[in-house]
Design a protein around this ligand. Structure first.
Ligand code: AMP
Length: 379
């Protein structure tokens, strides 16, 4: 089915074509007509499914003729769990609002940076993409009003709940007008997401897009049995011997992420870490450099495992396994996207063997454990 058949306006069809999107993804095909109809929506869809454009496109179209609200009176609020996702989602609004035949302004706001520029930036904003805490702070300072709000989007609702934003979310819901369209997107349908669904959404249409087995199949998975003290040398050997140029490494803690990046730099491998304790400016810079191919290795905690879209990332390394199999899928989902084969490598210590089995069972995909001693320092 072409985009044209979904009820989108010609100016959006033009921009979509310019972006090189040839046809809608399954979630776009299902969600766009429903959102345009004004229906509440529950979308269970993983990152990489094209869910952002599935709500951004119809929302932009629905704002036609409605964007001349009083100053600081928002039309649309998009709540997201992380700063990175806020920036990324707002960029998609910008991407598709270029050349619109009506006034339109979007803005991303998030914590960890000074609030004043965001207060000033709120002038005449129609669509605000925000993390919950900063939004409450801005609202408390009278930076925006919700009387004209007609659409609320919760993106990665499960992640938002996992990150402990439940109280902030409820506080926010109480501030919004009752009459509005609600769109809820989540990678999983946990009990808490179901609860939000039941209190927030009215007679919602439900769309469920399975994480594509084929996208996991696209990923070349390898696992090494390796003791914790040999993980560093193994990582360096893999990067150097294979001449890998863009490698995303996941660790379970902030401390380990810093330590791994530091050790790589000491061995002349260009590396930076990105996690909650890194300043917002450095996170942005490291991520931008990594995306642009100017930084060879990015070491991240799971904060980055969800929602961040890096096209054609060839190598992902699980330096430490995540506790949850879902996080494992999200981590390795950074690679093998958009039909480009990628490479995911897991370092498994003796004590992680059982946990690794649990992860594989959940993924329904089995990976042979290679003893790292067979390859490490083999040369
Ligand atoms: P998302 O799941 O929203 O994070 O999107 C994942 C990636 O798919 C992004 O890089 C989008 O630009 C891309 N994408 C979204 N929709 C389409 C489409 N219809 N055709 C091709 N790529 C798309």
């Amino acid at each position: 089915m072409p985009f044209k058949a979904l009820g989108l306006a010609p100016y959006l069809i033009k921009t979509i074509a310019k972006q090189g999107f040839k046809k809608p993804t399954p979630i776009q095909e299902k969600a766009i007509p429903l959102v345009l109809e004004g229906k509440d929506l529950l979308g269970i869809a993983p990152t990489g499914s094209g869910k952002t454009a599935a709500y951004v496109l119809p929302i932009i179209q629905m704002l036609k003729g409605k964007t001349k609200t009083k100053n600081r009176h928002l039309n649309v609020l998009v709540l997201v769990p992380t700063r990175e996702l806020a920036i990324q989602v707002e960029a998609v609004f910008q991407q598709f609002s270029a050349g619109l035949p009506f006034l339109f302004k979007s803005l991303a706001v998030y914590g960890g940076v000074s609030i004043n520029p965001q207060m000033i930036g709120m002038q005449h904003v129609n669509v605000l993409v925000a993390t919950p805490g900063r939004l409450l702070d801005l609202h408390a300072s009278n930076a925006m009003h919700f009387n004209a709000l007609t659409i609320l989007v919760l993106d990665e609702a499960d992640k938002m709940l996992n990150m402990g934003f439940k109280k902030e979310m409820e506080q926010l819901f109480a501030l919004l007008p009752d009459q509005r369209q609600n769109l809820l997107f989540s990678a999983t349908l946990s009990q808490e997401v179901q609860h939000i669904n039941s209190v927030l959404l009215h007679d919602p249409s439900i769309i469920q897009i399975e994480a594509k087995k084929e996208s996991i199949d696209l990923i070349q998975q390898t696992a090494y049995l390796v003791s914790p003290e040999k993980k560093g040398p193994l990582l360096r050997q893999l990067i150097q011997n294979n001449k890998w140029e863009q490698v995303l490494v996941f660790t379970s803690s902030v401390h380990r992420a810093d330590q791994v990046a530091h050790k790589l730099r000491k061995n002349d491998i260009d590396a930076e870490s990105i996690h909650s304790k890194v300043s917002q400016a450095s996170r942005r810079e490291n991520l931008a450099n990594f995306k642009a191919g100017k930084l060879r290795v990015l070491v991240a905690t799971d904060l980055l495992g969800r929602g961040i879209d890096i096209a054609f990332l060839p190598h992902v390394i699980n330096y430490e396994l995540p506790r949850s199999p879902k996080d494992f899928i999200h981590r390795i989902g950074r690679t093998g996207r958009a039909k480009h084969p990628g490479d995911a490598i897991s370092f498994v210590a003796e004590e992680d063997k059982h946990h690794f089995k649990v992860i594989q069972k959940k993924m329904k995909s089995w990976v042979k454990l290679i003893n790292a001693d067979e390859i490490i320092f083999a040369q």
